[in-house]
Design a protein around this ligand. Structure first.
Ligand SMILES: *Cc1c(COP(=O)(O)O)cnc(C)c1O
Length: 407
């Protein structure tokens, strides 16, 4: 496998040109990717890198998966966008397949994850007023500290990450934050105006933070007992990543509402969805919510193929087996440049000993050795390879990390 050199002139010129006209809302690693296949991407110089980020789990099935590309290509030749002003011949099949995967009745299709979250909030409020009988404009949603649910003005208002939140107020009212992983605190925060609890079953952006065993079951029990909706943001944790279809499955928990995105679009286009039973999602009436692109035939064709692939269970099994493999490798680094690891399926947060560098510095050194990872919150790197990666490739990546940490 190739070991890339320092940034060359061609890549530097492309990056400089991008910096010239692209707003600086990201701080990308200095690599210019031109193509990808499976777990590997290739830069403009022809150097290959093992992708351990998979576009934050949007590329769970790998780059250019042939079955997903085939579904997209076939649909591109027919029709791609109709708007929901009319019916299209792909949406119904997609919704049926996705509802079945989730064990629910109804699907509300959107595009991005943040839109799914916003939709979930609207559904929770409508349900709160129309079904639960909360007085007008009083509904609240309980969220967890350390959350990441997207970047809209409403969503950043209930983030406690200063980088995401500060300077973008005024913030929307109606959210109550409790510590993540503390079921008693969550129950104490519930009152008669609580419509829903919104949380990530595993917090991805926070650094793959896994709540204490039994937490999700407790949240399910508490919300059911108080007549409050449980909304699981499975946008990053769901669709195979953790070795199950959903992270909630790890505790046998079925939330009232699933929020899905990222991998649902097969790495091709943004596809998100809110999935729930009719007694909840049925509260939304024509004209109250929508999206020009939501439920478009191309998205539905791709999403249908993704659901078909997940329905076999193959990817979930791969994630579980490879995740154990990864955990074994990472465990050997604990105490030797790594201060802690958290692993759920093929998803890991790796805390870097500050004496060995920041997460960003480690990511840059891994880049130079042909491995792509992303740092989060300073000292953590997140590992979320495409689920098609091979065990030997994971071993190689862990070896590169070991070498980098050794300095
Ligand atoms: C990525 C993510 C979102 C937002 O999705 P976008 O498609 O970037 O808007 C929401 N929730 C979670 C848990 C995520 O990981």
């Amino acid at each position: 496998m190739t070991t890339p050199q320092v940034l060359d002139a061609n890549s530097a010129a492309i990056i400089a040109a991008e910096d010239e006209h692209v707003a600086h809302n990201y701080h990308p690693l200095p690599v210019v990717i031109a193509s990808g296949e499976g777990a590997w991407v290739t830069d403009v110089e022809g150097r290959r890198y093992l992708d351990l980020l998979a576009a934050y789990s949007a590329v769970n099935f790998g780059h250019s998966h042939p079955a997903i590309l085939a579904a997209a290509r076939e649909q591109l030749g027919r029709i791609t966008l109709t708007s929901r002003a009319f019916h299209n011949d792909r949406l119904g099949g997609f919704a049926a397949a996705l509802a079945e995967l989730c064990g629910k009745d109804l699907v509300l299709p959107m595009n991005t994850g943040a839109e799914a979250v916003e939709t979930g909030i609207k559904v929770a409020r409508a349900w709160g007023y129309r079904v639960k009988g909360i007085p007008a404009d009083r509904a609240t949603v309980i969220v967890a500290g350390g959350n990441f649910h997207g970047r809209t003005t409403t969503i950043v208002g209930f983030s406690d990450d200063p980088q995401a939140r500060d300077g973008f107020g005024p913030y929307a009212p109606g959210f109550v934050t409790v510590p993540y992983g503390d079921a008693a605190a969550l129950e104490a925060a519930i009152d008669e105006n609580t419509a829903a609890v919104l949380l990530e079953p595993i917090q991805g952006e926070a650094g793959v933070v896994i709540p204490p065993a039994g937490y999700l079951r407790a949240v399910r029990e508490i919300t059911s007992r108080h007549g409050v909706l449980m909304i699981a943001d499975e946008i990053q944790s769901g669709l195979g990543r953790v070795g199950e279809t959903f992270a909630c499955d790890r505790e046998g928990v079925v939330p009232d509402v699933y929020l899905l995105g990222k991998a649902l679009g097969g790495g091709i286009l943004p596809v998100s969805a809110v999935v729930a039973n009719r007694d909840v999602l049925g509260v939304i009436r024509p004209g109250e919510h929508g999206s020009t692109f939501g439920g478009n035939p191309l998205a539905a064709a791709v999403g249908t193929r993704v659901v078909e692939m997940l329905a076999t269970g193959e990817f979930q099994r791969r994630a579980a087996a490879l995740g154990e493999h990864l955990e074994t490798g990472l465990t050997e680094l604990v105490g030797d440049g790594v201060t802690g690891i958290r692993v759920a399926g093929l998803w890991a947060g790796v805390d870097i000993d500050p004496a060995r560098g920041t997460g960003r510095e480690i990511a840059e050194k891994l880049l130079a050795r042909g491995v792509l990872v992303k740092d989060t919150h300073g000292q953590t790197i997140r590992i979320a390879p495409p689920l098609v990666i091979r065990g030997t490739e994971l071993d190689w990546a862990v070896e590169q990390l070991r070498v980098v940490l050794a300095g």
